[in-house]
Design a protein around this ligand. Sequence first.
Ligand code: PEP
Ligand code: MN
Length: 335
Amino acid sequence: MIIVVKNSCEPSQFENLMEWIKDLGLDVHVSRGVHTTILGLVGDTSKVDIDLISSLDMVDQVQRVQEPYKNANRKFHPEDTVVEVGDVKIGGLNFQVIAGPCSVETEEQIIEVAKAVKASGATMLRGGAFKPRTSPYAFQGLKGKGIQLLLKAKAETGLPIVSELLSVTDLDLFADVDVIQIGARNMQNFELLKEVGKTGKPILLKRGLANTLQELLMSAEYIMAEGNSEVILCERGIRTFETMTRNTLDLSAIPALKDKSHLPVIIDPSHATGVSRYVEPMSLAAIGAGADGLIIEVHNNPQKAWCDGAQSLNPTQFDTLMGKVRKMLPIVGKI
Ligand code: PEP
Ligand code: MN
């Protein structure tokens, strides 16, 4: 439920209303605008007497929110959320590119890629240390050692790091990781979502292979219900009948998510297409559709990559793409 309060009301009236709502056992999300303040009520709102609240002079309108996601709902928070990772802002007018290898392999590899993507304009470094692989016999990631190597690359370049957490038991290893990624396969691992919600760190939440946008927003809600509103949504392609691409990039997810939610939305054209040649066109299309950023796999030697080489750009290809990204951003009003 949403209560729109006129800013002209007395502060004491406002406080009384807030206390009354809290006494009903509800949480209140406050979003202040120029003329009105939006109170988003979370919890069992069936006991709230809408007629009584509507009759108050200070109240402009009261609205029931049909959607099951509340904190993630744009109705609760009309302005775009800007997630801050150190000095890097994502969301609103701010567009960012996260780049790096699928998985961290060696110190030389991650540092070389980190320097290259930074020189081309990426503002965050990605790299998997814990890898969710379809086969138990495939490379599973360097785990704790991989995180240490990412931290070295961060120390060398100053780039904040993004890495995927697969299990709560490894959370301690992520203390210095700037953004925790929850991958497609774990989008509905609700216990993991609750735990990362408690960290207060920015969370990059990827859409599951066969999940609806509403389910993605409900997963964001799990994180936000723990008090963590630093959530970045990521569309990374969904499973369809198509086989010519690894997945099918759902570009309409961008306007739909941005319509329903205030959270930043980024696109992963690497996992969406699975083909390095398709990464550039889909990146540019994502910018055209209003994305707030991209996460792109870049490897210093894609032919030799331990994981996802076919979809990885080499540093030269990434540099070319970044030149085009920079040309497109002013057209869509992003910085
Ligand atoms: C990844 O980003 O390395 C990854 C495994 O992505 P996804 O969860 O989207 O498959
Ligand atoms: Mn990958």
